[in-house]
Design a protein around this ligand. Structure first.
Ligand SMILES: NC(=O)C1=CN([C@@H]2O[C@H](COP(=O)(O)OP(=O)(O)OC[C@H]3O[C@@H](n4cnc5c(N)ncnc54)[C@H](OP(=O)(O)O)[C@@H]3O)[C@@H](O)[C@H]2O)[C@@H](O)CC1
Ligand SMILES: Nc1ncnc2c1ncn2[C@@H]1O[C@H](COP(=O)(O)OP(=O)(O)O)[C@@H](O)[C@H]1O
Ligand SMILES: [K+]
Length: 473
């Protein structure tokens, strides 16, 4: 599991460790890791041109000490000092002693640089970049940029970007991942992310986590030797309408590949579903009369069907609500349920649920997903380029590390709803079903995209069994 910690927790761990170490030891650890990453990016250090963008805090200090190490190995290093009188004195002295210099012509030096090291601001940043810092960030756009701790201008805690920020090709972060580095829009600015261990002792409870292969593999249900289809779990899918029959087929295609032993389809699209997936059990009446299920999925292509929503929410099993189903949600109704509810909105649907604008959700995804989970008393999976999952108890938010832009195709969300609902029916807790579902869905899309693009939602569904198998191996 990859874990990310808020600035407050990183600072606390830093204080504890600093109290036990000689002055400057942590910065030297950081600078050593940074210099190695610079050398990796440069390929050849000797004779290379490196420009350091240096703010007046310790982030600039890291850059200066790393620059000194590169200068000792024969790089031509120039430091652009944002506020010369406040630049890290020890770092500046080390750079000078190693043969590095302060830049007399920042624009020209940046224009010639093989590598720009962004030490403008790190976890001490407040608000958007100030104009002179923003200018440097712009000037470095066309160069190869390595960000120190985080790209200057992105919010380490939230992933929000207020105005101009440095766009890095790579980021070296110290001690712990910061939540913002994993979440869009900031993630777009991070490039290849590397963690340098500086010995921080962090608490067990992270703020954001990302499941990795092994975590997901451990969650995926495996039928026991004496399993039968009912014991594996039955998932009910209430989806599709005369206008959107395809949504029913796509949601069922995900559900059939999510580990449940059987899929019951309820709705007007039974013929289309059976034609595509003859293994489905179909029912045309109300959901409550369809037979026992261990979890419901409701909403994809549903249209106006408030009665079906009321029926499903009245059940005593976990319910995943997606798409059109999200239009009928009442927080009090969800809180009164005896079983958990999982909501899977995209940014537009999340905005409607919050009474906010879509742009507000997209620019502050972490805030939006936490707020939705707490307001609706449900687990919430917020779809998008960095899918986030929050639970109502306020546990660490999960960010999904898989996926590809090719997933932005009509119907791929319908596949995810069936898949995650099926995992719910197998008995996974909502947070796990949602995160394992998003992981498999994103990985399936990546694997399919390696073979052929553009992807369709059907391609994603078809890639799920091979993806599941690759994880379980
Ligand atoms: N954590 C660890 O364990 C370790 C941390 N280490 C390193 O220390 C870094 C933190 O250093 P830090 O605390 O000195 O703050 P830092 O990020 O340099 O920023 C403060 C400076 O930025 C300025 N500034 C603020 N906002 C701004 C804006 N919007 N636009 C422009 N400027 C802005 C602010 O200016 P002021 O407000 O004072 O005028 C001040 O000068 C951390 O990220 C890591 O690199 C490692 O060395 C060792 C282990
Ligand atoms: N830029 C992107 N990068 C990665 N994944 C994306 C991107 N855009 C959308 N997705 C994913 O594609 C799916 C789209 O779902 P959704 O918006 O519900 O579409 P639909 O309603 O057409 O099925 C979600 O899983 C979402 O996370
Ligand atoms: K930085």
């Amino acid at each position: 599991m990859r874990t990310a910690y808020s600035v407050e927790k990183v600072r606390a761990a830093e204080r504890d460790l600093m109290a036990r170490l000689p002055d400057g030891a942590l910065m030297q650890r950081a600078a050593a890791g940074l210099a190695v990453a610079c050398a990796d990016l440069l390929g050849r250090v000797y004779g290379s041109r490196v420009v350091l963008l240096v703010g007046s805090g310790d982030n600039g200090g890291d850059a200066l000490y790393a620059g000194a190490r590169l200068a000792r190995r024969g790089a031509g290093v120039r430091a652009v000092l944002l506020t010369p009188e406040r630049a890290h004195q020890g770092g500046l002295a080390a750079l000078r002693a190693a043969g590095g210099r302060v830049s007399a012509d920042p624009r020209a030096d940046i224009g010639r640089a093989d590598l720009v090291v962004d030490g403008i601001v790190g976890i001490g940043g407040k608000g958007g970049l100030r104009p002179e810092a923003a200018e440097l960030a712009e000037a470095a756009r066309a160069r190869t940029v390595l960000a120190v701790d985080l790209p200057s201008g992105v919010n380490a805690d939230t992933g929000e970007v207020d105005g101009t920020a440095v766009r890095a090709d790579a980021t070296v972060t110290f001690g712990a991942y910061k939540p913002g580095l994993l979440i869009d829009p900031a993630r777009e600015y991070v490039g290849a992310l590397r963690l340098v261990d500086i010995g921080l002792d962090l608490p067990d409870e992270a703020d954001v986590t990302a499941l990795q292969h092994a975590d997901v593999a451990a969650l995926l249900p495996v039928p026991a030797a004496d399993s039968d289809k009912y014991r594996r779990g039955v998932v009910g899918v209430v989806a599709g309408s005369a206008r959107y029959p395809g949504a029913a087929v796509l949601s069922v295609s995900g559900a059939l590949r999510g580990g449940a032993g059987a899929v019951r389809y309820v709705g007007p699209g039974g013929d289309a579903v059976i034609a595509a997936h003859p293994e489905t059990l179909v029912h045309a009446g109300p959901p409550s009369k369809a037979g026992r299920v261990q979890a419901w999925v409701i909403g994809p292509g549903l249209g106006d069907n408030e009665a079906a929503m009321a029926d499903v929410l009245a059940s005593d099993v976990p319910v995943l609500v997606d798409a059109d189903g999200l239009r009928y949600l009442d927080p009090a109704r969800l809180r009164a349920r005896t079983a958990p509810t999982l909501l899977t909105p995209h940014a537009g649907e999340a905005a409607a649920l919050l009474g906010a604008a879509r742009e507000e959700v997209e620019s502050a995804r972490l805030h939006a997903v936490r707020e939705l989970a707490s307001r609706y008393g449900a687990t919430v999976l917020l779809k998008g380029s960095s899918t986030l999952i929050a639970d109502p108890e306020g546990a660490a938010v999960r960010v999904n590390p898989t996926g590809t832009g090719w997933l932005a195709t009509a119907g791929s969300g319908d596949v995810l709803s069936g898949l995650a609902g099926s995992l719910l029916a197998t008995g996974l807790a909502p947070l796990d079903a949602a995160s394992a579902g998003a992981y498999l869905h994103g990985l399936a899309a990546r694997r399919a995209a390696e073979k052929a693009v553009p992807l369709t939602a059907c391609d994603v569904a078809a890639a799920l069994p091979g993806t599941w198998h690759s994880l379980a191996d």
